[in-house]
Write a protein that binds this ligand. Structure first.
Ligand code: ZN
Length: 322
């Protein structure tokens, strides 16, 4: 018999987080050995160890694309610092200017800033933000100009030159030619790394990839969906007032637990938008779990140096082989 004492808390949970409760029901915990994506994580881990990465690490980065992200970046930094977790910030140049005081303070507090282009990535339309500035719709010269302008802006506002780069809406700029263009430009600027690719590259080459003289740190998925970026936008249950579903944190916790239990190595390269995760229970629970598990966190340029012998990827080759 179902008692009232068990029903009421369930009802409360359902009212508080309907999408999270329903998704947990639909996505009941998957046993590691029954997950088809396990092989991808195993290959990722073997490639990590081959390149010299031992154990699990965290590289947590944030895309601060709107004005709402300015104070949220500060809030997330305060929270993560209390757990000893490092953050890396990707802020378009126009937004660095809008939040110059906050971002300069964060830079002085030790937060690493990467070049994320100069033009804005979101604009307010009707009653919500919509995405803007897609490199795949711009000329090669305009892309190069955007990267060079942002280099100047980061350097002047943060007080030091960036060492890493991520393209705006990078999922739309993934072809070998597009990536090669980025790598060529940022190599000339003296950068050591980019984190501008989706997770599938990491399944073959591991978390730190040598792209002919520049390191790529691909973004990471989850145990249940190794190919999909585990980002905060996809897990918002309210996209106007920004509420983050429980599943987001559940997937992080589950991925960490599975990889630790199977003694896998690698870098959990996850990113979020600060205003989606600041003060959200789902994100904070996952971060507390990561800290409790003792997973070391690294800023981007340190993650890029983690592998003494990164595997080499010749652009276009992985496509021809698969
Ligand atoms: Zn962005």
């Amino acid at each position: 018999m179902v008692t009232l004492s068990r029903t009421l808390p369930r009802l409360r949970r359902l009212l508080r987080d309907p999408v999270g409760v329903i998704s947990r029901r639909l996505n009941a915990r998957v046993h590691p050995s029954h997950n088809p994506d396990l092989e991808k994580l195993s290959t990722f881990s073997r490639a990590a160890e081959q390149s010299g990465v031992q154990g699990l690490h965290l590289f947590l980065s944030f895309d601060s694309d709107t004005d709402m992200d300015i104070s949220a970046s500060q809030d997330v930094h305060t929270f993560l610092t209390s757990l000893g977790i490092k953050m890396t910030l990707a802020v378009p140049g126009t937004q660095l200017r809008n939040g110059a005081k906050t971002y300069r303070f964060l830079s002085e507090s030790g937060v690493e800033f990467i070049n994320h282009g100069e033009l804005p990535h979101a604009k307010w339309q009707d009653d919500q933000y919509v995405s803007t500035t897609f490199y795949n719709e711009m000329s090669e010269a305009a892309v190069i100009e955007d990267i060079l302008n942002a280099h100047q802006t980061v350097t002047s506002i943060c007080g030091q030159a960036p060492k890493g780069f991520r393209a705006p809406h990078f999922g739309t700029f993934q072809s070998p030619d597009q990536l090669q263009l980025i790598y060529n430009v940022v190599k000339k600027l003296g950068y050591t790394y980019c984190s501008t690719t989706s997770p599938n590259l990491a399944h073959r080459y591991g978390p730190v990839i040598d792209m002919d003289g520049i390191v790529e740190l691909p973004t990471f998925g989850s145990f249940r969906s190794a190919d999909s970026i585990l980002d905060s936008w996809s897990h918002l249950t309210d996209r106007r007032n920004y509420a983050l579903g429980s599943l987001y944190g559940d997937l992080m916790v589950e991925t960490v637990d599975v990889m630790l239990s199977m003694k896998m190595s690698g870098i959990l390269s996850w990113y979020a938008d600060p205003c989606h995760v600041a003060g959200q229970e789902s994100f904070e629970r996952a971060m507390r779990h990561i800290a409790k598990c003792g997973i070391p966190s690294l800023s981007g340029h340190k993650a890029a140096r983690l592998a003494p012998t990164p595997l080499r990827c010749t652009l276009g080759q992985h496509e021809r082989e698969s």
